[in-house]
Design a protein around this ligand. Structure first.
Ligand SMILES: N[C@@H](CCC(=O)N[C@@H](CS)C(=O)NCC(=O)O)C(=O)O
Length: 393
């Protein structure tokens, strides 16, 4: 005889017929509410435990597995110290900008459009008029995190991903590996390649832009432009020291932090420096006075990605560039130098960050472009003259 489990009395006659069991009824109603246009995963989980959240044990197990996996992936993507702060690996191929052999070598530049470090090199190459002397191959981010090349050139107008125009390889890793002696480090962009020697010349962006600025004047179509003139060298170095650590690399230290403490330190430092720079730009057209220098190029490539990428993906959330009184006009003034605007590809930048940095955005969904960051808005009058003329003398 069956017993009512709650009251311990014989209840056989009072039990509802099996087809009316609440459990079965619930399950049937779940099946009937399973719609054909439901995501199959949602349909399955709905069938197992209804529309409520999964059981606690499942949530805590998934959470532990997910966060362990996240730490494993992050440690590969972004090496950190014991406090969880991001430590950028150093570049392995360095060069002196004044190496006299450079204008006689057959140079090829490898870049990726999302990358702010590579963007520096595209800007200085364009400003100095080195496009014909230094051809470029544009890699795009692969699903596995490695830079890859298109199999045929893209039909897009403007700067866009390409095939490997120098070596015909499928990935940048293969290009690095093809140097004599191979390579086991990170295959980063920008990378300057010697086509005759089959050798990596340099993969450090600052060395490359210094060299483009001063080491190739005999082949540049704009040799008179000096973005690092002797009288400003010291000030450029001072600004670079501040901006590299807290802003250029600072946004990465926010986004790649693996502990709350590491993030807090990086984000506070980042916005303290942006406030200082904004104040300074209320009194000075560019970082080092009235002339555009390499320090401005380095700041610009981070600023132009800030509201679109770093503010969202890297949690640099205290303020957007558009909210700064001077930084926003300053960034637009640089963008409006015609050769500079042509080096920016926002679509490729958004896709690259939101899809390539998988551990930060596992769903790979790209956010919509903020109106204030769209080219039409960036081309509106920057009003820097007006701002600077208001400075009390
Ligand atoms: N210090 C280098 C950093 C270059 C760098 O980190 N590039 C990234 C893209 S933004 C990259 O290629 N990462 C690929 C990897 O680390 O495997 C420079 O300034 O040139």
């Amino acid at each position: 005889m069956l017993k009512n489990l709650y009251f311990g009395s014989p209840v056989l006659s009072t039990l509802p017929p099996p087809s009316f069991s609440p459990d079965k009824a619930a399950r049937r109603s779940r099946i009937t509410t399973m719609s054909f246009n439901q995501n199959p995963l949602t349909a399955i989980t709905n069938f197992i435990w209804g529309p409520s959240l999964p059981p606690n044990l499942l949530i805590s197990t998934a959470r532990l597995t997910w966060s362990t996996l996240w730490h494993v992936m992050m440690s590969q993507l972004a090496p950190s110290d014991s406090s969880g702060s991001y430590r950028r690996p150093s570049s392995q191929f360095r060069i002196s900008p004044d190496d006299p052999s450079l204008p006689r070598r057959s140079l090829h530049l490898y870049v990726g459009l999302p990358c702010p470090w590579a963007h520096r090199t595209l800007i200085v190459r364009a400003l100095k008029g080195l496009e014909r002397f230094i051809p470029v191959s544009v890699a795009s981010p692969g699903d596995d995190g490695y830079w890859k090349f298109l199999s045929s050139p893209s039909a897009d107008a403007g700067i866009a991903p390409t095939a490997d125009e120098a070596n015909g390889k499928k990935t940048l890793k293969e290009v690095y590996n093809s140097r004599s002696g191979g390579y086991s480090g990170r295959s980063t962009v920008p990378m300057l390649w010697d086509c005759d020697e089959n050798e990596v010349i340099c993969n450090e962006s600052y060395d490359i832009i210094e060299m483009f600025n001063s080491g190739l004047n005999e082949v540049a179509s704009n040799p008179e432009l000096d973005l690092s003139p002797p009288h400003l060298k010291k000030r450029i170095e001072e600004w670079n020291g501040i901006i590299y650590k807290s802003v250029n690399n600072g946004v990465y230290r926010c986004g790649f932090a693996q502990s709350q403490e590491a993030y807090d330190a990086a984000v506070n430092e980042l916005f303290d420096v942006l406030d200082t720079v904004d104040d300074h730009l209320g009194k000075s057209r560019y970082l080092c006075g009235d002339e555009l220098t390499l320090a401005d190029v380095c700041l610009f490539t981070t600023l132009i990605r800030f509201d679109v990428v770093y503010n969202v993906l890297f949690k640099c959330t205290k303020k957007k560039v558009v909210e700064y009184e001077n930084l926003h006009g300053y960034m637009r003034e640089i963008y409006q130098i015609p050769t500079v605007a042509a080096t920016c590809n926002f679509e490729a930048t958004i896709e690259g960050y939101y899809k390539m940095l998988f551990p930060l955005n596992p769903g790979s969904i790209c956010p919509i472009m903020p109106l204030a960051s769209q080219p039409d808005t960036l081309l509106k009058p920057h009003l820097r003259d007006k701002t600077l003329s208001q400075i009390p003398i």
